[in-house]
Each structure stands twice: as C-alpha cells, then as structure tokens.
Design a protein around this ligand. Sequence first.
Ligand SMILES: Nc1ncnc2c1ncn2[C@@H]1O[C@H](COP(=O)(O)OP(=O)(O)O)[C@@H](O)[C@H]1O
Ligand SMILES: [Mg+2]
Length: 238
Amino acid sequence: MTEALLELKDVYISYLGVEAVRGVSLRVTERDFVTVIGANGAGKSSVFNAISGLVKPAKGEIWFNGERIDRLTPPQIAGRGVIQVPEGRKIFPLLTVKENLMVGAFMQRDKKKIAENFENVYRLFPALKERPTAKGIRLSGGQQQMLAIGRAMMANPKMILLDEPSLGLSPIFCQQLSRQLKALHNEGKTLLLVEQNARMGLSLANYGYVLENGELRKEGTSAQLLNDDEVKRAYLGV
Ligand SMILES: Nc1ncnc2c1ncn2[C@@H]1O[C@H](COP(=O)(O)OP(=O)(O)O)[C@@H](O)[C@H]1O
Ligand SMILES: [Mg+2]
C-alpha cells in the first residue's frame, strides 16, 4: 500500500458523552480525490472538524504527512497544510473579494508566492477576478463558495477539506463547481470532499466512503459505489 498523506485510525468523537462518530478509519493518498458521503447528521462535519483540530477525538489517531496531528491546535494543523473549507462557506461578508483572499494568505511571507496564488485563484474562478473589490455579502451563493475555496487555495494547502460545497447551490452552479473542483484536482491538489449530494461526490472523486450514523458502512472506488445496489437505493434515488 502506498503511504497515506492523511490517515484516520479508529476515530471516535463525542459531544458531552454522546458518541457522534464511532470507529472511523480512512486514508487519502497524495494527489487523490476522496469523498465521504452521508445523510444529514451522519457525522461528516465532525470528522472534518477532528481532522482540522476544532474537536478532539475521544479515541483514535489522525496522521498527516507522517506526523500524528490529533493533539495539535487548529493553527498548527493549518500550518502543516491541511485547510478546511467550512460548511456554509463562512466568508467575511464585509470584506472585499481581495481582502477575503488575503485572509487565506495570512501565513504566507513570500510575496511572490502570494501573487502566484492570486493568479491561480483568479484563473480557476474568473467570476472573482471580475469583482475584486465587491464585498463578500454582494456575491451570489455560488460565488461565495468559489471565494471560500479560493481563500483555502491562498494558504498553499497540501490538502483541502471541502464540507458540502454544493449545499444550497442551484444545479447550474453545482455543475460549474464540479468542473472547478475537477480542475483543482487536475492541477495536483489532494482533495477530501464530504457531500450529502452523493451523486456529485462520487462523480468527482476516485474513491468514496459511506458514513451512516457515525459509522463507515462501505468504501470502494467511486465506480464500485455508483454500481452498488444499497448505495443506489439509499443515496442515488435509483
Ligand atoms: N457541537 C456539537 N454539540 C453536540 N452535538 C453535535 C455537535 N456537532 C454535531 N453534533 C451532533 O453530532 C452528529 C453528527 O453531526 P455532524 O457531524 O454535523 O453531521 P453531518 O455533517 O454529517 O450533517 C449529529 O447528531 C449532531 O447533532
Ligand atoms: Mg455537516
């Protein structure tokens, strides 16, 4: 087996003694595109928040790039190159597009690298390039999602965690977002995507995990899961 960039080993997450995630193990290798699909409340965001350090696992281990990270603080984990695009975008509504992107670059000292990252973001998201001085609140939902992803790109991430980017977007914006995420992956980024929209998650990623009530039910290549009768019935509405 190739060395995993990210590995969760038997992770448990509790809130005030109530177990929300039980025994989740998953791995993402470098340059991979992996998805975790699951219904609302399955524990997807909890898993992401454990990876980025916002919640501490009650049990289990999280490893990134050969280092155990589940005892580190969120800024330390971000510093290692794991950047989360949170559910509901969470951009800064009163900052401009450019200012929002600069926030993502706060750990960067290298001016040339920052300029290069701006170019990358604007190439992937021309809609942002057209409105650098627009306040976040003035953008459409789809553009706010682009801005949230762009902000993550500004941090030079080794891996981007995307928490339900399609939530609340119109079908047209979903299609556009799908193309942009594919392009981001093709540029060499390692992506981990959680989605209630299983069809979108599996059509984009190479490999998928199915999370149900805090436990992993299934895993496989996206092709395997798209053809799985249970997955079809429960998640694809077939
Ligand atoms: N901060 C919290 N405090 C208490 N319970 C929480 C908290 N965050 C999530 N939960 C619970 O944990 C379970 C999983 O939630 P979550 O990880 O947000 O699922 P998903 O992202 O798949 O919708 C749910 O039952 C939810 O109510
Ligand atoms: Mg969630």
